[in-house]
Design a protein around this ligand. Sequence first.
Ligand code: NA7
Length: 488
Amino acid sequence: MTAAPAAISRPLRFLVIGAGLSGIMSAIKLEAAGYSDITIYEKAAEPGGTWRDNRYPGIACDIPSHFYSYSFAPNPDWSMRYAPGGEIQRYIEDVMRRFDVERRIRFNEEITRCEFKSGRWHITTRSGHTDIADVIIAATGVTHHPQFPEIPGLDRFAGHAFHSAQWNHEAPLTGRIGVIGTGSSSVQIVSTLLKRGVNVTLFQRTAQWIMPQENVAYSDAEKAQFRNDPKAIPGLRALLKRRFTEAVANAFVQIDLPQYKAIENACIQNLETQVSDPVLRERLRPPYKVACKRLVVSPDFYQAMQQPNATLVTERIEAIEAAGVRSSDGHLHELDVLVLATGFKTHHFMRPIDVIGNNGVRLNDAWSPRPRAYLTVAVPQFPNLFMLNGPSSPVGNYPLIEVAELQMDYVLQLIDRLRDGAGELAPSELSTSRYDDERITASKQTIWATGCNSWYIDADGVPAAWPWQIEKFYEEMSKPRFEDYEIR
Ligand code: NA7
């Protein structure tokens, strides 16, 4: 970080919620901006957020690692184009130590309540600890709260049953493994276990389009170049950013672009050419447009599903019994281990923390029936509280680490106003409503609104991801429109 510390005129105390990728980054950027009174509250014993929690077999990031890194902490040692999850977790821990963030983190301390009183935030943790801060940065993650399926009998299963984000490493993977769900987590788990020769039964409620994507290891010579040539990583990041923007992120919000057609064709061709049995091919064919659900990336899922140790069940799950899963055709699929790769409650954001803003307004009420934020970062009536990867962030196959950095750079400009003497800063109701109305209108033109269910869809049935071209997000985040805020 090279930003020169600003001259501080009003001392501000910061409280960051969560020591994942975004929370750690926010503390680093706050310090680079000249602030030093920063505490990160982390409910778990370790940092890393989603990368700490998700340790299932085959976990990897589906965004190239040189783009899925902090802009200020390039890593020449990424082993693969798409690094495994464990390597990302080590990277986060390494950055935390290198930038001396660890001393700021209170681990095992879960914030349960935040109340804005007399111009400051008063927080309480589950252990009863209390603290006061001027500004809260909520870096609470997106894929964080596991979504458990409501299937009768789940508690009666006699073997090991667990969510993909809570992998039970004691569970032996030698017997019959069932996996419920067909999202990115499931596809990585299933492909990995099948390749290891494990017997896997995949319970598919809805098929997924699969984007074929090879993962290649970086050679020692490439890593040496990344280390020694100061232009190598910035050059690659610029290339990846351009490619992601043009070929992926923008294609999903403007589906008449040829780039969307290219993705669509690649997925259809993958299914047509890689699955030889026509019956299996039709069972694996999704009944919706490519990328309506978040695009799943895999080099080998179809090949794995054609191995003799793979079983695909497309009948509805009727119930779970002690011995396994009963499908609607009456068949009992006997299992030793049951993995619930059933996704996350992605619309929770800061909740279940009880957040109380001005005039006693509770965030849970302000966000009923669905979360709403001005430009993804702030909520009317909740002054001096800023979110990273908050509602309507660009989560459609764009790196959340980059999104969070852009948001933090924007938030730092808002914080400048507080430093310079303002007591409270929150977006106006009017600007938030206008933003959200425009966002909803634009959302209806995106690929995510073309007729499928996904974790993007909110309680009103509207996709909740940034619906415009990604350049507009960069532009909006570059400079706040202060006239949209109430500042006093
Ligand atoms: P996802 O992508 O939300 O996938 C969850 C899967 O679980 C999906 O296939 C669901 O089927 C399925 N599901 C959920 N509940 C049930 C029940 N009750 N019965 C059967 N199947 C069910 O979660 P992931 O963890 O794979 O990925 C989340 C994100 O993390 C991913 O997009 C990356 O950004 C990282 P459905 O499609 O709803 O029919």
